[in-house]
Design a binder for this molecule. Structure first.
Ligand code: 13P
Length: 312
């Protein structure tokens, strides 16, 4: 019987062969399974992944992540085949904003500029003026004239954090959130902190204020990873647990404690774990499932992402 490890090694070998045959590149988010991150050509946060998708030299982009990420890649690279190995890998945040409701809101509030978190459907991006990710949301909002009213879509937690940092009153927040980040337990975090005095708490801005007010560092997955290069040896990490793989890879000698969710245990996004080595292999074999976007929607969404990417 083949062991799990050698089975994974065989799949990784087959994936490497298929990548060469197809002229394919694998982009993976930090929240995906460790073995998936290991076969990726590039692993990054949402911003880095969208920048990469805009510039790769490949015929096929296989996206290891969730649907909105693969859609962003297709919007930016319409001539390339974009594969999402598990088409139902979704995102609770993206689901929290419906494009029809957003269009209705815009009709009722003319003159308001829409800033959408990249965790949105392509249809929502088509109604968006400029996108942002957690690593550039502050820069994007600060690039907009202070007297311009903004609707921030869909993450109320990231939105209220940006509102607090900028002191900007004319920013309306959509009532959406990431169910994973919303589920961290503030009492559990306080207990973990008291058991580990002085240990730095790293939190993602999708967490709500009861978590963020206990954090030493607030930032995107890439920001939090970068922070781990400091001289500290132990960290409490308040974001999806997949990030621990890269943290541990970069710093095998350091200790990373995942913050507990309500009811205890680690906080894992099931959608981010849907892409496996098997599904990557099958997608590259069959060149399916493909991400397809109707051209008028793609065109309408493109500007909002390009505006974000070109912001220096
Ligand atoms: P990052 O921008 O940190 O990659 O966040 C991605 C995400 O989807 C968090 O839920």
């Amino acid at each position: 019987m083949t062991s799990g490890v050698s089975q994974q090694a065989q799949l990784a070998k087959r994936i490497a062969e298929l990548k060469a045959e197809r002229r394919a590149i694998i982009l993976a988010h930090y929240y995906t399974l460790p073995e998936v991150q290991e076969v990726a050509d590039f692993t990054g946060d949402s911003l880095a992944l969208s920048q990469k998708a805009a510039e790769v030299d490949a015929d096929v982009i296989l996206f290891a992540g969730v649907r909105f990420m693969a859609e962003t890649a297709k919007v930016l690279s319409p001539e390339r085949t974009v594969l999402l190995p598990v088409p139902d890998a979704g995102c609770s945040l993206a689901d929290s904003c419906d494009a029809t409701k957003l269009a209705e809101w815009k009709r009722e509030h003319p003159g308001v500029m829409v800033v959408s978190y990249v965790n949105t459907s392509v249809e929502v991006k088509a109604h968006t003026d400029i996108c942002c990710t957690s690593s550039n949301a502050l820069k994007v909002v600060q690039s907009i004239p202070a007297d311009q009213p903004i609707l921030f879509v869909p993450d109320r937690n990231l939105g209220s954090y940006i509102k607090k940092v900028t002191g900007r009153e004319n920013m309306t927040l959509w009532e959406g959130c990431c169910l994973i980040h919303e589920d961290f337990c503030p009492e559990g975090l306080a207990k973990l902190k008291s058991e580990n005095p002085g240990v730095k708490v790293l939190a993602h801005p999708e967490c709500n204020n009861s978590i963020l007010e206990q954090a030493d560092v607030i930032g995107s997955t890439a920001d939090l990873l970068r922070y781990c290069d400091c001289e500290e040896q132990r960290f409490i990490v308040v974001t999806e647990v997949g990030i621990l793989h890269q943290m541990q890879q970069s710093h095998p000698d350091k200790e990373f404690l995942p913050a507990p969710k309500r009811g205890g245990g680690c906080n894992e996004c099931r959608d981010m774990k849907k892409v496996t080595l098997e599904s990557i292999c099958s997608a590259l074999e069959n060149l399916a499932p493909k991400v397809e976007i109707e051209e008028s929607v793609r065109k309408a969404a493109e500007g909002s992402i390009l505006r974000m990417i070109s912001l220096k």
